[in-house]
Write a protein that binds this ligand. Structure first.
Ligand SMILES: C[S@@+](CC[C@H](N)C(=O)[O-])C[C@H]1O[C@@H](n2cnc3c(N)ncnc32)[C@H](O)[C@@H]1O
Length: 243
């Protein structure tokens, strides 16, 4: 499948039901483990947008770490489930790329946890990053958590890719497949693989600079049956500021 025909696989009720059961265990633990320290070091203030909030895991995480947060997503199924899980949360269904309801220049933090894995093409990534940047106040930061290209090539505590040898032929920007093994929906998720070099090109085009990046590795003493996680980082975290 070509990236320009890419469909958001999270616009799906069954996927939303399954996704809502994922929390912070297994491989996902590594995506969230370091975020409190990252926020403490890089983010001043508590006004946050959770871009691509899904069923609200990342939104609740921000709220539990003291942020006043609005979760936004383009999937009605995911937003419906987020509201069901957390009726007092602030969740907004938006049209793709339409941020008019949010005041520009006011936010301390925009978090996008795994969202950019599902956004095809450099043009669309650049456009969305420009829009997210415009929401930040002058000291504001964008923090993104994305899949490293290696996640699509190996086995993990919470993911499998062994049935998708075609992932090995994928170049940055291509569609890849991965199965989440921590929930009952074993239909593959389709993502867009994107290298570090390609992300840095996007950031530059969107008027963003990398303040810091992290590749969280497991230490080995966590209560999970790690497969590749102690040697290879499944996720990359970027802290970004406007230039
Ligand atoms: C893998 S889920 C991550 C959910 C959540 N951040 C978490 O950590 O659990 C990615 C979400 O991004 C949303 N998404 C994809 N493209 C988007 C876009 N252009 N604007 C807003 N949300 C988007 C999808 O609908 C999906 O709910």
């Amino acid at each position: 499948m070509e990236a320009n025909e890419f469909v958001n696989c999270y616009a799906d009720q069954k996927r939303a039901e399954a996704y809502a059961k994922l929390e912070f265990a297994g491989t996902y633990y590594l995506a969230y483990r370091d975020l409190p320290a990252v926020f403490a070091e890089h983010v001043k203030g508590k006004e946050a947008i959770d871009f691509g909030c899904g069923t609200g895991r990342s939104t609740r995480f921000l709220r539990d770490h003291g942020f006043q947060v609005t979760g936004v997503d383009i999937s009605e199924d995911m937003i419906r489930k987020a509201r069901q899980v957390s009726p007092d949360g602030d969740y907004r269904l938006i049209e793709d790329g339409d941020f008019r309801q949010f005041q520009r220049g006011t936010y301390d933090l925009v978090l996008a946890a795994f969202t950019f894995d599902n956004i095809a093409t450099i043009e669309k990534k650049v456009r969305l990053f420009q829009q997210l940047r415009s929401l930040l106040n002058p000291e504001g930061r964008i923090v993104i958590v994305v899949s490293s290209p290696e996640i699509y090539l190996r086995e993990w505590a919470s993911f499998s890719t062994k049935d998708f040898p075609q992932n090995r032929l994928a170049h940055s920007g291509d569609v890849v497949k991965i199965v989440v093994t921590d929930h009952e929906d074993r239909r593959p998720v389709e993502d867009i693989v994107w290298t570090d070099e390609a992300y840095r090109e996007v950031f530059g085009k969107a008027g963003l600079a990398v303040v810091q990046s992290y590749k969280p590795l497991a230490k080995g003493d966590e209560p999970y049956a790690w497969v590749s996680e102690t040697a290879i980082a499944p996720w990359v975290v970027y802290v970004l500021r406007g230039t």
